[in-house]
Ligand binder design. Structure first.
Ligand SMILES: [Zn+2]
Length: 303
């Protein structure tokens, strides 16, 4: 088990190979569980492209146009990279039962090479999503399928027509918090890989919230990493309780606003207005959460 197996299996270019040789040990040091990281990287191809949408299509993803809740062309245009995962689902008519046949994954980065720090950081960000999705990513329950990616939970309704299985998004939670913590991971790992402090531009407000949680509650980062990787929130629940759900709610509220703000197609005056709204929401509601976090942090020091 080592990075050379991953490079060999996917027949990576010199560029990606050199990057992985440097980054793989840093991912292991930061996230832990080398076996999981190794398996995730063995099972997912990394691709550099100048067009994420056609790239994903070319690799056979986004094929099922009836699927809702998939990454849209518009979203992909403003992305520096993407981690995409698609379950293969079979429907057995006689048993009236859906079964998971396999999972196809890809990481694609909008770059022609990894020469610049921002491209390295973008790839580290997407590898973060891949690794934190890999363990029990898709679970079928009756006629629904549940997707876990770090702290994100998505529930889809499954449909079958003429042997073709499609899914439609039913609910999505935890995206804001996950992007915040994944941005922290991106900064930490990129800094190690390039050998100097690195601060990404994406999801700044969400990243600050994640940093605040880490700083206010000693030991919480390890508990959060455990929930992100193993998709088991038991320890997180007992440590943060309702505060976790308050945090999740507020970050899920501001997440789509932040996405809209970082889209260069959004007019400047509109971006300014959204920014004011984000600040207002944080001022109105975040202070209470900070107090809750402080008191959780205080009690974890005492015991
Ligand atoms: Zn992300």
């Amino acid at each position: 088990m080592g990075v050379e197996d991953i490079i060999k299996k996917h027949n990576y270019t010199k560029d990606i190979s050199v990057f992985l040789e440097k980054t793989y040990p840093e991912l292991v040091a930061n996230i832990g569980n080398e076996q999981l990281i190794y398996n995730a990287l063995m099972d997912c191809k990394i691709v550099l492209t100048d067009n994420l949408y056609t790239c994903l299509k070319g690799y056979g993803f986004l094929g099922n146009t009836k699927d809702e809740g998939l990454v849209s062309f518009e979203t992909l245009k403003i992305c520096s990279g993407v981690y995409h995962s698609e379950p293969e689902i079979k429907y057995e008519k006689g048993l009236n039962q859906y079964t998971l046949e396999g999972v196809n994954r890809i990481v694609a980065i909008n770059a022609s090479s990894l020469n610049l720090e921002i491209y390295k950081a973008a790839l580290i960000h997407e590898l973060g999503h891949l690794i934190k999705s890999y363990n029990n990513e898709w679970t079928i329950k009756g006629d629904t399928i549940i997707e876990r990616s770090g702290l994100i939970t998505r529930i889809y309704q499954l449909h079958e027509k003429n042997g073709v299985v499609t899914k439609s998004l039913w609910s999505e939670t935890g995206v804001g918090l996950e992007e915040g913590f994944n941005a922290v991971l991106e900064d930490e790992v990129t800094s190690k890989v390039i050998g100097k402090p690195y601060f990404s531009n994406g999801y700044k407000a969400l990243k600050e919230i994640a940093r605040l949680v880490i700083n206010l509650v000693p030991g919480i980062h390890e508990v959060i990493k455990e929930a992100q990787i193993y998709h088991d929130n038991t320890r997180l629940d007992s440590k943060l309780g309702q505060t976790f759900y308050d945090l999740q709610e507020i970050t899920d509220t501001i997440y789509p606003m932040i996405v809209k703000m970082s889209d260069m197609n959004t007019p400047k005056y509109e971006r300014h207005k959204i920014s004011e709204n984000v600040i207002k929401i944080l001022n109105d509601r975040f202070k209470v959460i900070i107090d809750e976090l402080k008191s959780v942090g205080q009690s974890s020091i005492e015991y």
